[in-house]
Write a protein that binds this ligand. Sequence first.
Ligand code: ATP
Ligand code: MG
Length: 361
Amino acid sequence: MTGEAAPVPATPAPAAPVAVRKIGGKPIVVTGDRPTGLLHVGHWVGSLENRVKMQETYHCLFLVADVHLLTTHAEDTSRIREFTRGMVLDWLATGLDPSRAWFYVQSGVPEIFELTLILSMLCTVPRALRVPTLKEKVEEGALGENYSVGLLNYPILMASDILLFHATMVPVGEDQASHLEVTRELARRFNHVYGPHFVEPRIVVGRAPRLMGTDGVRKMSKSLDNHLALAHSPQEFRRRVAGMFTDPKKQRKNDPGRPEVCNVFSYHGTFGTGAAGTGAAGTEEIARDCRSGQLGCVDCKKRLADTFDRVLAPIRERRASYEKDPGAVDAILREGTAKVRDLARGNLAEILDRMGMGSAP
Ligand code: ATP
Ligand code: MG
């Protein structure tokens, strides 16, 4: 040892910034849903509302995630087209607009799967196993160790959905946060290995990032039948709201209730039962009357059902008008998928070129 100070390691050069890609001058958003059934009010406040707003300033790509559906339902594809049509009607009803955004079917854009395979080379098996939703899905389906490689691949497929189109924003529910983390890591890893190419996308969660189901136990989910579907009739809504879980200690009307533990009470805030719209404002009176035993659960749920009738009226109207033209959804998806596919081809060729692969330009 000479006693000389060790050389100070050079500060790594900051990664070259990657330019944000745009379509028609607007940055890109990608998001979508699995066609497993009708969309529900959890989708609405978790993601659809944000999508409607984002159409103004972003170029939005709205994806029917039918290949993601296979990760848990590969043996039964018989209703995918039916569910797809119903889901796209829900999109249209909530205000997603195919004259501004592109609606497309994942299975119609094979470049997404090509990129999935490439990205899977950059993700270790332990990393994929660490995604918390994998454990949830395995438990939900009582799959034990017999789940598919496809299910393990779920977040990598989602990374491909997003990165292939250089999306910067992803409006989804909170349950997707751990998946988006994988997307961001894969973008970083790709950039590190092959040179700067992807911007790390950001998650945008809605005002109710994880709406509980009518059972009050698990998140609202179309597969769990604890949902209030946007397309349910007003009568079906009332029936489902009437069956909602409330404070178990409030058994009779006059028993004092605890709004802070009541699922129905939290819905009042989310859906705007109070005079001042959504949020806690206007729900103090409901909380007070519940605590004092003046307001019973039956009446409280009736108020919630009335609120739904009010806030869902424009959505129900729009759905009914789109339902009159049964071919419209197929045409929207055909047109959107063709546009997305064109973009995907060019983008994938660039990615392969960045890796020194594909046919040389
Ligand atoms: P499935 O039961 O088939 O998984 P799902 O109801 O969970 O259906 P997905 O298609 O998995 O719906 O999710 C679509 C989008 O809606 C995702 O962005 C997801 O985060 C969001 N989302 C789903 N359920 C909720 C919820 N209860 N609250 C908020 N956002 C939600
Ligand atoms: Mg889900």
